[in-house]
Design a protein around this ligand. Structure first.
Ligand code: AMP
Ligand code: MG
Length: 497
């Protein structure tokens, strides 16, 4: 009988300069393994802007060879695929070991925008998959592709996505869906949960190795500081607290709900990471819960800032064996409580077009948020219309958004006085650069996904362009800046992805 021998698959050389520093941490941190192939992959979306930033040729990335490689069907020369191990608190409860259950770190490449790690998400089972199938579905992969680019376009720190590929291979969720792989890009995918993992097991040598790795690469200033009696690990905790505080201020100001703020979904670099049931608010409802699986509302919009602090507290506890002094750890966390409100106030001032700070601004900010909540006003449309008002247009279109007209008029009087006293000057310019015309609303993503399921990716491409320039006017696309349709509030997005 003839023997069929598979020809060895030659690695694809993309001409990238790989460095793979994470792999240098050693086997306690990961398992090396290859992706599990998917049949007949095709390109769903390509992020040309990111490709250009990274010095990559978009044509080459969309070639059949590259599509095979980024689906995990063919090795990439110089990459060193691995799944990393982490643990974490999920919905406030210690969950023990988790890890990259459906992601593979390919390695790290030198690019014009600095060293970037490339990761495949949805590339098959790993030793950390637990009960999962190691796959990601087309729906959630498109959401991550567009969602992360929307955040980046808004100037909010985030992981990014270079491309999405799909395959008709069936994946079982609530119903049968099809598989997809997202190639994610970030300087590092290290999470709070990586530290919790080694700390919870008393593996202090590994804990120190990880902390030193992160400090050396991303927070070198921690070694030089005289703060915390020169304790570099306390300084690291403070730096991460500050970045996380700044990130949360940006989330709150733009109306972003993450949906699953578990400690394993918190980036040590203060990036937005792991786009699951995320949502940009439509109507302003402070208690909005975007994750259908979050029955208690632990991750409701208005709870996010406190949850982030709770998560930092977990990180602090994990770092305690290195910091060596509980008082120092607590002192390092204190920065969150000053940086978050300061950053949020600065962001809200910019939304109002205020270029200086006045004591009465807080009341102006709280006053409008109260009114927006009371009338469930569309958050993005309100700020954009207010920007046009500051630029000289009539206040009527803003007023039309409210039911409580008198209360609104009262607020508007105070606001106008404040603008006049400041001198309108560049208020509208600042506002139009701060208050986006376009956010990736759930229903827009949903419509693009419906078409993508029919293999028409034009809407994904259109939304990507808006996500990358959300402050632009984009004539002809106004409908995507309009009110959401009634059915938008009935979209249910859960942890299932
Ligand atoms: P998440 O809530 O999506 O951040 O995921 C929590 C954990 O579950 C992580 O360890 C993921 O890698 C893992 N996970 C989620 N979905 C899957 C899946 N389909 N297959 C394997 N692991 C998964
Ligand atoms: Mg996750």
């Amino acid at each position: 009988m003839d023997q069929v021998v598979d020809a060895p698959v030659r690695p694809l050389d993309l001409g990238l300069a790989w460095r793979n520093s994470f792999a240098g941490l050693g086997p306690a941190f990961f398992t090396e393994l290859d992706a599990a192939p998917l049949p007949s992959p095709y390109l769903v979306g390509l992020n040309r802007l990111l490709a250009a930033d990274m010095g990559l040729d978009a044509r080459r990335l969309s070639s059949a060879d590259a599509v095979e490689a980024f689906t995990g069907n063919r090795p990439i020369e110089g990459s060193q695929p691995l799944a990393s191990v982490y643990s974490g608190h999920q919905f406030g409860v210690w969950a023990g070991q988790l890890g990259d259950g459906r992601a593979l770190l390919l390695g790290e490449v030198d690019t014009p925008v600095g060293a970037q790690e490339l990761q495949l998400k949805g590339s098959g089972r790993t030793p950390y998959s637990r009960m999962g199938d190691g796959r990601a579905v087309l729906r959630s992969s498109i959401r991550e592709f567009l969602g992360s680019e929307a955040m980046n376009g808004l100037g909010i720190p985030t992981t990014r996505a270079l491309l999405v590929t799909g395959s008709d291979a069936p994946v079982r969720r609530e119903e049968i869906e099809s598989a997809a792989v997202v190639t994610r890009v970030a300087p590092s995918f290290v999470r709070f949960g990586h530290f919790e993992h080694f700390s919870s097991r008393g593996q202090n040598a590994e804990l120190a190795k990880l902390a030193d790795y992160v400090i050396d690469r991303f927070y070198p200033g921690c070694r030089a500081t005289a703060n915390f009696s020169g304790n570099a690990y306390a300084a690291l905790l403070e730096q991460v607290s500050e970045r996380t505080a700044a990130l949360l201020a940006q989330w709150q100001a733009v109306g972003f709900c993450h949906g699953v703020m578990n400690t394993d979904n918190m980036s040590i670099l203060g990036l937005t990471i792991d786009y699951g049931p995320f949502q940009f608010l439509d109507a302003f409802d402070p208690g909005h819960i975007c994750n259908h699986s979050d029955e208690q509302g632990r991750y409701a919009y208005n709870r996010q800032p406190n949850v982030a602090y709770w998560n930092l507290f977990c990180l602090g506890q994990a770092l305690l064996p290195l910091i060596g002094d509980q008082e120092l750890a607590l002192a390092a966390l204190e920065s969150y409580k000053t940086v978050f409100p300061r950053e949020l106030e600065a962001r809200m001032r910019a939304k109002l077009g205020l270029t200086d700070a006045q004591p009465a601004d807080r009341e102006l900010i709280e006053g409008i948020l109260r009114l927006l909540a009371q009338d469930r006003v569309d958050y993005t449309i309100f700020w954009r219309r207010l920007s046009h008002y500051a630029g000289g247009e009539s206040a009527e279109t803003v007023r039309d958004l409210f039911l409580a007209r008198e209360a609104f008029d009262g607020w508007m009087l105070q606001y106008s006085k404040r603008l006049e006293a400041m001198g309108r000057g560049n208020a509208a310019d600042l506002m139009l650069r701060t208050n986006p015309k376009y956010v990736l609303r759930n229903h827009l993503g949903e419509l693009a996904i419906r078409q993508a399921k029919l293999k028409d990716y034009s809407e994904v491409e259109d939304l990507l362009a808006l996500a990358q320039a959300p402050f632009g006017e984009h004539p002809g696309q106004d409908a995507k800046a309009g009110f959401p349709p009634d059915w938008a509030s009935r979209i249910e997005i859960s942890c299932s992805s």
